[in-house]
Design a protein around this ligand. Structure first.
Ligand code: ATP
Length: 230
């Protein structure tokens, strides 16, 4: 499980309080007003934001002692961060080794991830020769090959149309279901939360609230969420 114990997370002059636990294997949406600190929360778990106070644990391990690249965390951003000069397979391979010197079993891992996201026939293409949805799948395959316990998504599919976004969310739900990974996903769209998240962490008023059941929270939103949902 992921435990944030009385954390105060800093982001420039902004700070966010979080005291919450996320069960292993759960799928959690992080929602709340713009500027409330959703990305700040995710970035702290990834190790990119310092804690002014408190402690963070994954299972028994204190995360503060673990540098970002060694945390059990894979992160997917909105733009996917694909390298335009590398092929699809190479972009995925970066998830395994930054120098791309992959052995046969690592190359097989890349291939398997591409099959899993339906892109095995496009392994040698460059990102520019892919649609937006296909590019998202490459970024997802790269996260997949990292085989990390915690998957952090920061509005990864916001640029996609509604049908494609729904398809990607369903694929993410399937993939985390297969791997048993724990998902934390920032979204501006409560429908995303309803689609794939069992629980929601509401970030508002300087506070990341403990997770609540998605349907009951969205059906009976507290004032801070009601104002945001409109
Ligand atoms: N360098 C900085 N100095 C001061 N404040 C900052 C800095 N960077 C970010 N902030 C503030 O931190 C707060 C949290 O930002 P964050 O990106 O986490 O919010 P968010 O909920 O993810 O927003 P959005 O939904 O708009 O992406 C914002 O109010 C922002 O203005």
């Amino acid at each position: 499980m992921l435990r944030l114990e009385n954390c105060l997370i800093e982001n420039g002059g902004f700070s966010l309080h979080a005291d919450l636990t996320i069960a292993t294997g759960s799928r959690v949406a992080v929602i709340g007003p713009s500027g409330a600190g959703k990305s700040t929360l995710i970035e702290a778990v990834a190790g990119f934001r310092p804690l002014r106070r408190g402690a963070m644990f994954w299972s028994e391990a204190a995360l503060a002692q673990i540098e970002p690249g060694k945390r059990p965390v894979a992160m997917l951003f909105q733009d996917g961060n694909l390298f335009p000069h590398l092929t699809v397979a190479q972009n995925v391979g970066l998830g395994i080794r930054a120098n791309l010197r992959l052995d046969a079993s690592q190359r097989a891992q890349v291939q398997a991830a591409l099959v899993r996201v339906g892109l095995d026939s496009m392994a040698d293409r460059k990102p520019a020769a892919l649609s937006g949805g296909q590019q998202s799948r490459v970024a997802l395959a790269r996260v997949l090959v990292q085989g990390r316990d915690l998957l952090l998504l920061d509005e990864p599919f916001a640029a996609l149309g509604p049908a494609l976004k729904a398809e990607m969310l369903d694929l993410v739900a399937e993939l985390v279901g297969e791997s048993g990974a724990t998902l934390l996903m920032v979204s501006h769209d409560p429908n995303d939360a309803r689609r794939i998240a069992d629980q929601v962490v509401l970030v508002a008023d300087g506070q990341a609230h403990p997770p609540m059941d998605t349907a009951s929270l969205l059906d009976n939103p507290p004032p801070a969420l009601k104002a945001y949902l409109g």
